[in-house]
Design a protein around this ligand. Structure first.
Ligand code: FES
Length: 149
C-alpha cells in the first residue's frame, strides 16, 4: 500500500464523514483498488464506522476490493455476445496478457473480468477497456485494441 498517497488524499478533503465517498474514489483512482487496511485507516481518520465504509466500498461498482489494473477489461459474455464468440475473445485477451479472468497483469496495467450484458447487444461482441467501449470486436483486432493502452 502506498501510505503516503493515502495520506495526501486524506489531507485534500475535510476530515469529516461526508468526505468518505470522494476519498474512496480518489484512493481507487490512485491504487486501482481499496485494500482492507486502507479502508480501516480511512474509517478511523474520517470517523466513519468500518461497517459503513465496507458497505459503500462493496455497493458502488466504481470500487474494487481486489487489485484491478489501470485499464480494467470487461468482456461481455451475455447471450448476444456469447453467440458472437465472446469466449474466444476472452481467451485471446488472456493469451495476449498471460493472465486469467479475475487476474491483474504484474505491471498493474490490465485486469480482466467478464460481465453479463452491457446493454448494447447490437454491437456484440462487446469489450470495455477502462472507460472505452469496443463493439463488434473481431478476434484479429484484440491485439491492436490492447496496444492502444
Ligand atoms: S449480451 Fe453483450 S452487450 Fe448484451
Amino acid at each position: 500500500m502506498d501510505a503516503q498517497a493515502v495520506e495526501t488524499i486524506l489531507q485534500n478533503h475535510p476530515k469529516d464523514p461526508s468526505s468518505i465517498i470522494q476519498v474512496l474514489l480518489d484512493i481507487q483512482n490512485e491504487l486501482y483498488y481499496l485494500p482492507r487496511e486502507v479502508l480501516e485507516h480511512v474509517s478511523k481518520s474520517l470517523n466513519v464506522p468500518l461497517s459503513r465504509t465496507y458497505s459503500l466500498a462493496t455497493f458502488y461498482k466504481a470500487f474494487s476490493l481486489k487489485p484491478k489494473g489501470k485499464y480494467p477489461i470487461a468482456v461481455c459474455t451475455g447471450t448476444a455476445c456469447h453467440v458472437q464468440g465472446a469466449v474466444r475473445i476472452l481467451e485471446q485477451i488472456e493469451r495476449e496478457l498471460s493472465i486469467k479472468e479475475g487476474e491483474t497483469t504484474p505491471d498493474k496495467k490490465f485486469s480482466v473480468e467478464t460481465v453479463r450484458c452491457l446493454g448494447c447487444c447490437g454491437l456484440a461482441p462487446v469489450v470495455t477497456v477502462g472507460k472505452n467501449l469496443h463493439g463488434k470486436v473481431p478476434m484479429a483486432k484484440v491485439s491492436k485494441i490492447l496496444k492502444q493502452y
